[in-house]
Design a protein. Structure first.
Length: 391
């Protein structure tokens, strides 16, 4: 085993030593209920998790639970011992896969998943970004000298207007920052999920080390999966020399500086956030930012925000449940004079009739686009289109 693998074992062992076997993590697990597992067996499932961590073969019922995990972190929130159960389950799932199939099978699966993602990222990013802008993002992290690194991850480069909106906001704060991302800086999620730990270490673990070799004192993440992975599989394994946090939390902590740069003549807007718990204080931070935008009303709607930490991804295993959550939010929005067109932040144009709602009167847009517009920053190196403009 490598030194990194040894440290993962230590993390799991520490969680097992603190666990009292109460079963509350299993009782609140949304995906355990989704696949019909009996809540009455909660203590048995946790007992199997403890046994696997301490060297036993994975029980079939435990594997069923581990494979259903969507990363919601409701287990961690429910633990009376304050164990990061999601982290523990992530490591346990890797151990179970290692014990039940050849590593080569996982390596092949991970390589195919990564190749498919990388091809679409490279194609879509190259079609939408000028080559000099793209090369700036793709340049090696360890060569950067800025105090702040904005880490995009891979997937968001398919929709680069989001990256540029965040860059506009960071520009408005007059920070010494640089932006880094792309497949050469992947967080290694596919490799870890498929229990291909050697390749993960050459990819995700290496990316994290490269941040430390840059001149940055702070690394800001965007992608929820990258944020979760680096928080739980890197920062907790070995504390880095830099601060790591989601960009929304950083912006919320600099709200007063940001507010001083907001244009007061913003259009009247009513906005709803499609909520997901499970990634630190991002949901609270995004709400704080949007509430500060002039002439913007943040509408609260009842939501099932505890199912997965993001749309798609691990939650894609439960398409019917995701669709039901989206429908419920849609109906709640219609009841409040809002209309939902997809995941993200949604707003209603001022002046449209509350009773005669038409699809054309609504836009899906991101919180970054709204804040970027409010600080009156606009880049000319990409076509933003109606999704990002939100004006």
């Amino acid at each position: 085993m490598s030194a990194y693998a040894d440290r993962l074992e230590v993390l799991a062992a520490e969680a097992a030593d603190r666990c009292t076997g109460c079963g509350k993590c299993f009782e609140v697990c949304p995906t355990a209920r989704e696949i019909g597992m009996d809540v009455a067996g909660a203590k048995d499932r946790v007992g199997e998790l403890l046994a696997l961590t301490r060297g036993a073969a994975p029980a079939e019922t435990l594997q069923k639970w581990l494979n259903a995990c969507d990363g919601s972190a409701r287990c961690s929130a429910a633990c009376p011992e304050e164990i990061n159960v999601r982290q523990w389950v992530t490591i346990a799932k890797m151990k179970a896969l290692e014990a039940t199939r050849p590593r080569s099978e996982g390596a092949t699966n991970a390589a195919n998943r990564f190749r498919h993602m990388a091809q679409s990222v490279r194609l879509l990013a190259s079609m939408q970004l000028p080559s000099d802008t793209l090369q700036r993002i793709l340049a090696p992290a360890e060569q950067r000298t800025a105090d702040v690194l904005f880490y995009t991850g891979c997937n968001v480069l398919r929709t680069p207007h989001i990256v540029l909106n965040v860059m506009d906001i960071l520009d408005a704060l007059e920070l010494d920052f640089d932006v880094v991302g792309g497949t050469a800086h992947c967080c290694g999620v596919y490799q870890f999920q498929e229990a291909d730990l050697p390749t993960y270490e050459r990819m995700g673990h290496r990316t994290f080390q490269r941040f430390g070799q840059s001149g940055a004192s702070k690394v800001l993440t965007w992608c929820p999966t990258c944020t979760k992975n680096f928080d739980e599989l890197e920062k907790d394994v070995e504390p880095p020399a830099f601060d790591l946090g989601h960009v929304s939390e950083f912006l919320a902590s600099n709200l007063e500086t940001l507010k001083a740069r907001f244009r007061p003549d913003q259009p009247k807007r009513r906005v709803v956030i499609h909520e997901h718990l499970g990634i630190g204080a991002t949901l609270q931070s995004i709400g704080t930012l949007l509430k500060a935008v002039p002439n913007l009303e943040l509408v609260e709607l009842p939501q099932d925000s505890g199912f997965s930490y993001a749309c798609g991804g691990q939650a894609a295993k439960f398409k019917d449940r995701e669709a039901a959550i989206h429908r419920a939010l849609h109906h709640a929005g219609v009841a409040r004079g809002l209309y939902r067109l997809g995941a993200g932040v949604f707003r209603r144009r001022a002046g449209d009739s509350r009773t005669a709602i038409s699809r054309a009167a609504w836009h899906r847009c991101g919180g970054a686009a709204i804040v970027s517009t409010a600080v009156r920053r606009r880049r000319d190196d990409v076509s933003t289109g109606p999704v990002s403009r939100c004006t």
